[in-house]
Write a protein that binds this ligand. Sequence first.
Ligand SMILES: *[C@@H]1O[C@H](CO)[C@@H](O)[C@H](O)[C@H]1NC(C)=O
Ligand SMILES: *[C@@H]1O[C@H](CO)[C@@H](O)[C@H](O)[C@H]1NC(C)=O
Ligand SMILES: *[C@@H]1O[C@H](CO)[C@@H](O)[C@H](O)[C@H]1NC(C)=O
Ligand SMILES: *[C@@H]1O[C@H](CO)[C@@H](O)[C@H](O)[C@H]1NC(C)=O
Ligand SMILES: *[C@@H]1O[C@H](CO)[C@@H](O)[C@H](O)[C@H]1NC(C)=O
Length: 522
Amino acid sequence: MAAFLSAACVPSAFGGLSLFGAEILTIDTALVSNFSAYVPAQLRFTQPTIQFQSATFCNVTVSYTHPGQDDNIIVETWLPVENPIWNDRLLAVGGSGWTAGRGALSYETMKGALGDGYATTTTDAGLGSAQDSTEWALTSPGNVNWNNFNNFLYVSLNDQAIISKALVNSFYGKGPDFSYWNGCSQGGRQGMMLAQRYPTAYDGISAGSPVIYLTRTAPSIYWPQEVMNMLDIHPYGCEMDAISAAATAACDGLDGVVDGIVSDPDACLASFNPFKLIGTPVPNCRQAANRTVQIGTAAAVVVNATWHGIVTAKGASTWYGVPPGADISNEGDGAFVLPGVAATDCSSGTCVGKLNYLPLNWMTHFVHRGDPNFNLAKMTYEGFDDVVHFGRQIYGSALDTDDPDLSRFRDAGGKMVTFHGLVMSALLPDVHNFYRHYELPGLGHCFGRVSGQPSSLFDQLRAWVENGTTPEKTPVDVTVLDGSLAHRIACPYPQTAKFNKKGCRDPADADCWSCTAACGKS
Ligand SMILES: *[C@@H]1O[C@H](CO)[C@@H](O)[C@H](O)[C@H]1NC(C)=O
Ligand SMILES: *[C@@H]1O[C@H](CO)[C@@H](O)[C@H](O)[C@H]1NC(C)=O
Ligand SMILES: *[C@@H]1O[C@H](CO)[C@@H](O)[C@H](O)[C@H]1NC(C)=O
Ligand SMILES: *[C@@H]1O[C@H](CO)[C@@H](O)[C@H](O)[C@H]1NC(C)=O
Ligand SMILES: *[C@@H]1O[C@H](CO)[C@@H](O)[C@H](O)[C@H]1NC(C)=O
């Protein structure tokens, strides 16, 4: 079989490929052998850490265009040949930030899938290898490249599913028994978009930290920076860290267990007052040459605004903030970890805002269409309100994935799991029969901070799709205050994990926790 498949790894084996609305330009193949990888769970979101050696697979790279649209899209698909052999399934991976895929993170998730025996695929949506939208957002200053934008937002997603399934079919002589999506953040948004716009593309979708309301999330990430600019206050990160740490300490026990994790951020927001900390010394401030500084009024104002979320110039609260205890001031690592929403850079001696390129690109390239007269640092309060309003007006229908009518996905037999923040109240009454969402207190954006990954969730999704076994809870390990690892569970929303099993004393024992319905919710 392996010799047969190796011999089939040639462009002519995929000659029948076609896609309505597209013209296939090239098909390249390469047999890759002796391929080894180690992929940590963080880069697979809902799958465990994996290490494997000496895999052989066929790397098929298809480029195509939508005639008349001047685009060139690349779908890269890896088809297992040997060690491991194909598991009869397809796993498509998503992108991150302003990329659709074919970036460093996508390749890591693909390597993990390959090691498990999946045929796996990624698309660049025609955006090339750029990390941000500078190179593809505009056809010229003032003119958004809608073909590129639509390819990124949704068109490429269905193209990728059709092309990769056809490649699988040509190579193995049969299509995948089941097809899955695994993405986080931008990849999570893509997963939500697939469920809403292409409900038959995948049987199972794992969508982590999905950006559902991108037109509102993007300005909300910038909101703390706008507050700092408007008031001309840029506190040290260490002051904001000290406030976050105090909030964590004060709110930690609200869920019944003191473990360094705030499980009920709403209760924390209601009860914790950052302004009471003004004047508290912060020793060894990392941005202030290790001097002791004091928590200033500016830091309390910025943290308060960050937690409460967007308020308009007329005083209306319009979007959520970041929960108390979240890391809002880290300066990023220049790679997978982006700067926190309220990050400042104090390396010159004077602190200035440290911007995350995601909202920056959104406001400059799309809402303001590359206008050289738009000066972000001088944006007024009304100007910010306009960014929020017109961003949603003009682009909402193309990129927000907030349609609660998932009936077509349900009727096609689809199953979906998501984790991180989401409001589900408007969804279908029987939503729990095909869609489960898990809140993971202590997890950063997609990965990081004190929570491990929900690394069994993907296999639970598979069992749900393939065997009808519903994921009632999912295990997750967290690092608690003394640095030890505790085994916990995450529960499908709106249930929460409670430490309440009879006769149980050890909060590090997952069996001592159970999922209980929150009061007043069902
Ligand atoms: C396979 O790769 C490893 C390193 O990843 C290398 O040491 C080994 O020589 C390679 N084997 C063959 C047969 O190429
Ligand atoms: C697969 O082929 C594409 C196109 O040649 C190339 O860019 C990519 O690096 C290859 N991937 C691997 C894992 O060899
Ligand atoms: C502060 O102290 C840490 C740990 O000793 C050191 O790594 C860092 O360089 C110091 N920072 C400054 C700005 O001096
Ligand atoms: C904290 O922020 C909220 C929401 O913007 C605002 O209503 C409140 O006045 C702020 N608190 C203080 C003390 O400024
Ligand atoms: C489905 O059930 C069968 C029989 O119990 C089992 O062998 C298989 O591993 C299950 N598949 C999944 C994805 O859980």
